[in-house]
Design a protein around this ligand. Sequence first.
Ligand code: CP
Length: 306
Amino acid sequence: MKLHHVIEAQQFDTPTLLHLFNTATEMEQVVARGGTSDFQQRIMATLFYEPSTRTRFSFETAMHRLGGQVISTENAAEFSSVAKGETLEDTIEILNGYADVIVIRHYEVGAAKRAGAVSRVPIINAGDGPGQHPTQALLDLYTIRKEIGAIDGLKIAMVGDLAQGRTVRSLTYLLSKFRDIQIYFVAPSLLKMKEDILEHLRERRIWYVEETDLDKVLPEVDVVYQTRIQKERFGDRIADYEKCRGVYIINLDTLRRMRPKSIVMHPLPRLDEISMEVDSDPRAAYFRQAQNGLYVRMALLTMVLA
Ligand code: CP
């Protein structure tokens, strides 16, 4: 099964998701064997205009484990010719002459789509401002399936910065493709999930509710998907940021209210929204979730480079 550009979560249908997840499971074995040389003639460019730990390192590790090569700039806004005024479109045209796939993270919503419009080689969206982060949503869904056993029938609470968080937007689009999903959106009033996503859920007849009381929701759900309040997206609205931070914290008291078989997820990085004392509880799935990013991104690369 072949993929070309990976721009937004909506583009994935269920058969493609299942193929991707089966391939990711195979990739767990490939990594256990140390990798493969299947893609040794192929080059991946990573072009990141925003900071990253997990996404960039896991994509680059994925390409190395597949036997391929990586060209990279860790701060494209400063270390590429964008600093001299080069357009995104020209940068992508140039990279088309060097690489077989381009992974891009940008601070503007729609930047990956603009790149895809001019690129002959596959573009993978590694996050476009507060827009989408489709590969994060893919690894999130893979983690849910692996940890909970199924996606149909899932009850999930998405918590925190739902207005500016791109991961929850992409994950909601993916979940809306499955049956009997129930989503609890738990956010401060300033950071509620955007109307375009709620409208999408109403169109798909997916059950959702908006809540402010996390304690009320905890005993109901299989997954608590915690997110960081994204200070960098508040600009000079420091007072608003201060109002929203620290409202929802996952700690040992939270765990006591959760179901024994439920899990805590987080796209990371975290600040103080999950206490470190939670890390040793078996329900803390966020580091396993980040590890799954490697397998899912290896699977994605095999599909776009096939
Ligand atoms: N989850 C995620 O996108 O992490 P990074 O910002 O470290 O890539």
